[in-house]
Design a protein around this ligand. Structure first.
Ligand code: UDP
Length: 330
């Protein structure tokens, strides 16, 4: 049993991590300022195991120092972040302040209190606009972000890498996520963003009658059906990668892994999957391209497969979508 600090544990991915960690009997402290998280997720998680919730920014150095001095924290899983690319273009400073600034304060508190283990949520947005010949993406693809979001995450990756070199007791793994989707199959926690910008939840909102249609952002990409291709990984498979990363931390080493299943689906294929799963027509309309979308992004999962023997349980899109649809209908 470990005592794990989960930042952003009331949000989509953090709440799924907290759920699994509680099921494994770890003691969990969630720190979340509820800017993108939900009290209802904390209430649901409190029924599962030993959970303490502190409502504050993970970048509040004094509070994090108090927490880490009063309790023996074994590891930090750091999810708390803003993650909307478009918003980051409009409000870059907000992204640097939160994703980089608050993360640096958290790291400072860890260093000052001797908490030496971190698993960090990074993103394939740190790769920018890879060319089609760079697909599938490996971890050594050059990191050239094209959005403040991507930069805000890359800067913290850099800080982690340099701090790990300077401090041989510090161990860290950054997981670079592809498109995370789906929910806990029992629907105890789910995916809720305001405003919602992600493809699968929006399609499901159309099926629920909350929206009229889904807008396809670009139908003239260099892909077989003209719509963008992405790699959708189920949130439970992503969390399984976190559990493995936690197990394989090595002092003085910063490890990085992409987490995506290694198979791409087009926007059109996602819409068709949502139609099959929901039995709803889900009207789709063509729309102009969204800024900064590469034609295709999908992962080469060999590194994480080899290092951790990680294998996704969900490889079919319909199965991923079905878990999200189930949660939405509870
Ligand atoms: N997308 C779309 N309509 C929407 C939302 C998304 O066509 O209403 C497209 C988007 O342009 C991208 C893909 O769906 O090609 C996945 O987008 P999402 O925002 O879900 O994730 P991202 O790839 O930005 O992390």
């Amino acid at each position: 049993m470990k005592h794990i600090l989960v930042t952003g544990g009331a949000g989509y991915i953090g709440s799924h991590a907290t759920l699994r960690l509680l099921e494994l009997d770890h003691k969990i402290t969630v720190v979340d300022d509820l800017s993108n998280g939900w009290q209802s997720a904390i209430d649901a998680l409190s029924k599962v195991g030993d959970l303490t919730f502190i409502e504050c920014r993970c970048g509040d150095y004094d509070k994090m120092m108090d927490l880490m001095s009063d309790h023996q924290i074994d590891l930090v899983m750091h999810f708390a972040a803003f993650a909307a690319v478009n918003e980051s273009v409009k409000e870059p400073l907000m992204y640097y302040e939160n994703n980089t600034g608050n993360s640096l304060s958290l790291l400072r508190a860890m260093m000052d209190s001797g908490v030496n283990n971190m698993v960090f949520s990074s993103t394939c947005a740190t790769y920018g606009l890879p060319t089609p010949d760079q697909m599938p993406l490996t971890e050594d693809c050059p990191q050239k972000p094209i959005s403040p979001y991507g930069w805000s995450k890359l800067w913290f990756e850099q800080a982690l890498s340099q701090c790990t070199k300077a401090n041989p007791s510090f161990a860290c793994t950054a997981l670079r996520y592809f498109n995370v989707a789906g929910c806990d199959p029992q629907g105890r926690v789910g995916e809720h963003h305001i405003p919602e910008t992600h493809l699968i939840p929006i399609c499901l909102e159309v099926a629920k009658g909350k929206r009229d249609d889904i807008k396809i952002f670009g139908s003239d990409y260099d892909t077989p059906d003209g719509t963008c291709i992405r790699d959708y990984v189920h949130v439970d498979d992503l969390i399984a990668a976190h559990l493995l990363a936690m197990k394989h931390l090595e002092p003085g080493v910063m490890q990085t892994f992409n987490v995506g299943i290694g198979r791409g689906y087009s926007v059109m294929e996602v819409i068709e999957s949502c139609r099959r799963v929901t039995g709803h027509a889900i009207p789709a309309v063509s729309h102009e391209r969204r800024q900064g979308d590469p034609d295709m992004l999908y992962n080469d999962p060999s590194k994480i497969q080899k290092a951790f023997n990680w294998k996704p349980k969900y490889e079919e899109l319909d199965a991923i979508v079905a878990t999200a649809w189930h949660e939405m209908n509870l």
